[in-house]
Ligand binder design. Sequence first.
Ligand code: 5GP
Ligand code: MG
Length: 191
Amino acid sequence: MGYNRSMERDIQRVLIPHERIARRVKELAAQITAEHTSPAMNGASEITILPILTGAMIFASDLIRQLPMPMKIGLLAVSSYPGRSLKTQGSGVIAQQVGDLRGRHVLIIDDILDSGGTIRLVRDMLEPMGAASLKACVLLRKPTAGAAMTPVDYVGFDIPDEFVVGYGLDYDDYYRNLPEIVTLKADIMKR
Ligand code: 5GP
Ligand code: MG
């Protein structure tokens, strides 16, 4: 293994090994390329990629290098403020540099679809900005009611409702650099 021994010790289970992620990223890229060059989209091949920081950074960087069309990259940072009830839970866009989206084919990229709050928030913010199309791609999706209420265009993997880290996803900002998607041992999560 190429990573720190203490990170390795914290892993409970490898849910998705790196080779499977790499294969799926290739498939997603092929699907995105086909759909963005189809007659239904007027053969439009130029896109704007909007990765949601920080979790989508690794996924987006691998994905875009498999996309052959001309693209611009914007940035969005969203923070979630977990509340005690569903009503007080929420998230906010804390920084953005998306550029002029008028007439452009926009692809939002996020690491994981859980409650769906992040994707819905970002979509609501981008909708009035005049994009020609607005699609969303997530690497992972959990089987939650919120995710079911939040349709997205591209999904890498449907996973069980467990807390995962790695390949961009963090716990307390750590573990993002793990090459695979893993769960953590219970005693780590309590610390
Ligand atoms: P949503 O807004 O759909 O509830 O959640 C999206 C965000 O919540 C993700 O971008 C991610 O930051 C965080 N999140 C949700 N589930 C997990 C998980 O299992 N592991 C990690 N590391 N983050 C998660
Ligand atoms: Mg996060």
